[in-house]
Ligand binder design. Structure first.
Ligand code: BGC
Length: 421
């Protein structure tokens, strides 16, 4: 007897998510190409080849079909579309157009991300997201894209994980431009990303409306994690609040209400919340890591992935509750996945995270879809090719993609819309 409790709603979307820079290969005009050229990624790993997805769209759509997914979150490479400031490349946009048409033909609904960590080199050279002009530049780029691709996609993500982009690039130095402890740049970038999101939200809605569509949905993909503390006490409470505020709520509130730090809550600039959930941090309060005042630890004795991130499915439920109750908007889990080269833990990881999504739905949270990170092992930013998040195993030398056992498990779940597989 099948357990009906383990069934997802009929309209629930199952998908995978990727990012252009991590899979496409071949583009020499972006901040990550420049970063790899300087040898900044461990083992000399380089994004120039990646999964050669730019030339293997048919093969990769066929992998998606093997997974029985009905939606695909992909990002567009700004540097290809606008290779020089103000000069757009029709061939590049036509390439994406063809990719979207092929996806739709295969029965896979696209969700497009406009910015996922990588910048055109010309933008990086003019201080990227810390220069004020970026808001207008992003709006122009967005408008160009939506004019050309608006008829092929209703769901849009403006920016992926502004918090991770800024922390890694300006506070910890592991992403380009590799600055450390530059709090001023972090705040400038945060303000600009929030404003760019608001401008993008308006542009996407306006242009698609002019195109005759009334089903436009725009959000951002936010990296949201759980913060718990090692001990109780005033310092612990303060650092926990600081972490929630500076790392996530600053962005969540800012993008949702279109304001910087404080303002009116009269208008909203999210149609949905995109949640990228991976793990939790245990905070050990102390006078370190200004301005957050804590060390970030992994819970002792916990199950971890290959990158030593705690596997904590309950955290996804806590995050969905916390953010749903702030605004009651639909939620898409825009990323969730595990670095697990041996594929020993991914099935359980999938089952446990999907189970808490079912719990959330039963609790009344409006969760519309789940995008597993990721389709195939790819260029994992500062980790290079070491961290393997794919449902398909990928061989960099031969470019062969092979379905992992956990990939087959996910395919069965997608097909049956149930955890009983
Ligand atoms: C990013 C992805 C990345 C994944 C795993 C997220 O922070 O959006 O691009 O590959 O985490 O690290």
């Amino acid at each position: 007897m099948k357990n009906l409790q383990n069934r997802f709603p009929k309209e629930f979307l199952f998908g995978v998510a990727t990012a252009s820079l991590q899979i496409e290969g071949g583009d020499t005009n972006n901040s990550w190409f420049d970063w790899c050229e300087k040898g900044m990624v461990p083992n000399g790993d380089h994004c120039i080849l990646a999964n050669d997805h730019w030339n293997r769209i048919d093969e990769d759509i066929s992998c998606m079909k093997d997974l029985n997914i009905t939606s695909y979150r992909l990002s567009l490479e700004w540097s290809r579309i606008e290779p020089k400031k103000g000069k757009y490349d029709v061939e590049a946009i036509n390439h994406y157009k063809l990719e979207l048409e092929k996806l739709i033909q295969a029965g896979i609904e696209p969700m497009i991300t406009l910015h996922h960590f990588s910048n055109p080199s010309w933008l990086e050279q003019q201080k990227a997201w810390t220069s004020k002009e970026v808001v207008t530049l992003f709006e122009l780029y967005t408008s160009f894209v939506v004019k050309h691709l608006g008829h092929l996609c209703s769901h849009w993500v403006t920016i992926n994980e502004p918090n991770v982009y800024l922390v890694m690039g300006y506070m910890e130095g592991d992403f380009p431009p590799g600055e450390k402890g530059n709090i001023r740049a972090f705040f400038k970038g945060a303000k600009n990303m929030i404003q760019a999101h608001k401008a993008g939200f308006k542009a996407i809605h306006r242009i698609r409306k002019e195109q005759g569509y009334d089903n436009t949905k725009v959000g951002a993909a936010l990296h949201l994690r759980v913060f718990d503390t090692l001990k109780e006490g005033l310092l612990s409470t303060i650092t926990k609040r600081l972490h929630y505020f500076l790392f996530q709520d600053l962005f969540f509130n800012g993008m949702l209400y279109g304001y910087w730090l404080i303002g009116l809550k009269s208008k909203r600039y999210f149609d949905f919340i995109g949640i990228n959930y991976y793990t939790r941090d245990i905070l050990k309060a102390g006078f370190v890591n200004f301005p957050l005042f804590a060390e970030r630890l992994v819970k002792q004795g916990s199950e971890v992935n290959d990158l030593n991130w705690e596997i904590y499915p309950e955290g996804l439920l806590r995050i969905m509750k916390r953010y749903f109750h702030k605004c009651k908007l639909p939620i898409y889990i825009t990323e969730n996945g595990i670095a697990d080269a041996k594929d020993e833990k991914r099935k359980t990881y999938l089952r446990d995270h999907l189970a808490v999504i079912l719990d959330g739905i039963k609790d009344g949270i409006d969760i519309r879809g789940y995008y597993h990170w990721t389709l195939m092992d790819n260029f994992e930013w500062a980790e290079g090719y070491e961290a393997r998040f794919g449902l398909f195993k990928h061989d960099l030398q031969t470019q062969e993609r092979s379905l992992r056992s956990s990939g087959q498990y996910y395919a069965n779940i997608c097909k049956n819309k149930s955890l009983d597989v």
